[in-house]
Design a protein around this ligand. Structure first.
Ligand code: PHE
Length: 434
């Protein structure tokens, strides 16, 4: 199928965009804690195996749907399975990112607020009080959503690719600097230990399922993002390189984020936490106490850290906006500017309740992570494993047979997509309710 629409432009741009979507708050506030609590290096090894065996093949499934059709999620189903109920998979994958956008932008708003507060280290007394207040989180949410939409208005090449090509390398440079700094703190070795000392006794079925869930969320699977982004990727690109590159960068970044955060947490003598508490309570405390001895250094480290968090969040949320925008443009004839404006307005309507009420925020999060994402991922895998013609899947995966490695890998990938992945996703799904 011809693919005449706008593209990312280069392999690097494509991987930067995919990695930008993958590298986000999941790496920064979830991964370090999960590693520490679930057996350190043992968990990392399991995470790598789960990613290679399952998450990357699921990534391929979405990639195949997107690049084969050259279309947004609903357009893909219209082209690949016309007149069938599979269109509901397209509907699901277009709606899920819209819902995630609403509450993810609230967190994005917190990040830019803390970035601004870092300049004079005037953090709110407690994160709980800040997030429960009315105006500050609300205004920050609107500004953050606006920023996200501004990037997407620029289009694929001049907006998304231009932004991620610069920010991903910058993000790596910043996190390397922060982790080197953090490891050199006195008392930091307890943090390095917490992260990496392997403890196989902690490893059980639950840990394996956790690792799988983390990989799934981290690679932005099950929400139509890979489908949409793959439709902008050249037919000549190798999806195995794209998948390994994205997963590799994401893991590397997550490990560096762990090294930037946990040693500092231990050096300051605080209990490691997961979720917002880690970056919005523990770290400001550390920056403030650092600045009482070294005022300039404390401020610089704080600003760089929250700048990184904000950029990491932005490169993820632009991918959320692009999914419904692609649908509006391709299926409904919208111009890009209008499509983005509409998504902005819907995001505002859905996000305001999340910004004002933590209960609503949490229900959106639970609904997406525990229900919509696994269902979306499962259906994508079943679609490629059972519904698409084998020859079409082969053709797309091997670029018409020209990629020798992919030809060899194909049997394995198809086996995973047809049998292993559906079972594994179901296991994660069910275990979330137990
Ligand atoms: N991979 C992201 C993360 O780790 C999850 C996500 C993807 C969030 C896309 C929003 C958009 O934070």
């Amino acid at each position: 199928m011809a693919n005449s629409k706008e593209q990312f432009g280069s392999r690097f741009a494509a991987i930067a965009a995919l990695a930008g979507s993958a590298i986000g708050l999941g790496c920064i506030w979830r991964f370090p804690y999960m590693v520490g609590e679930n057996g350190g290096a043992a968990y990392i090894i399991i995470y790598v195996i789960a990613t290679l065996l399952l998450c990357i093949p699921i990534f391929f499934a979405e990639f195949i749907i997107g690049r084969r059709s050259g279309a947004n999620c609903l357009g893909a189903m219209r082209k690949l399975a016309p007149g069938t109920p599979w269109k509901w998979l397209g509907v699901l994958c277009t709606l899920t990112p819209m819902i995630i956008l609403c509450y993810y932008s609230v967190v994005g708003g917190w990040s830019i607020t803390y970035l601004l507060k870092s300049f004079n280290l005037g953090y709110p007394a407690s994160f709980a009080a800040f997030s429960a207040s009315t105006w500050a989180p609300l205004c920050a949410f609107v500004v953050y959503l606006g920023l996200t939409c501004l990037i997407v208005v620029g289009g694929i090449k001049k907006g998304i690719a231009a932004f991620t090509k610069v920010s991903i390398p910058l993000l790596f440079a910043l996190i390397v600097f922060l982790s080197v700094y953090s490891i050199t703190l006195k008392g930091s070795s307890a943090g390095v230990d917490y992260l990496f000392r392997p403890d196989w006794s902690k490893v059980d079925a639950h840990v394996v399922i956790n690792a799988l869930g983390q990989g799934f969320y981290s690679l932005s699977l099950g929400m139509g993002i890979i489908v949409t982004y793959a439709s902008y990727i050249s037919k000549k690109d190798d999806m195995v390189v794209a998948g390994l590159g994205t997963a590799g960068f994401t893991l590397f970044f997550a490990l560096l984020a762990g090294l930037a955060i946990m040693p500092a947490v231990f050096a300051a003598g605080i209990e490691p936490a997961s979720g917002p508490g880690l970056i919005f309570d523990s770290l400001p405390f550390i920056f403030t106490s650092l600045s009482s001895t070294y005022p300039v250094l404390g401020t610089v480290v704080a600003v760089l850290f929250f700048f990184s968090v904000s950029i990491a969040a932005l490169t993820s949320s632009i991918s959320l906006v692009e999914v419904p925008v692609a649908w509006l443009i391709e299926e409904n004839g919208f111009r890009r500017g209008r499509a983005v404006l509409l998504v902005f307005v819907i995001g505002l309507i859905g996000g305001v309740p999340c910004a004002l009420n933590t209960g609503i925020f949490q229900s959106f999060d639970l609904l997406c992570c525990n229900v919509l994402l696994p269902v979306g991922g499962l259906l994508c895998v079943l679609f490629v494993g059972w519904k698409m013609k084998r020859e079409d899947v082969w053709d797309e995966f091997t670029n018409g047979g020209s990629l020798k490695w992919n030809v060899r890998l194909f049997g394995f990938v198809r086996f995973v997509l047809s049998y292993l992945a559906p079972v594994a996703i179901l296991a994660v799904f069910v275990s979330n309710f137990i």
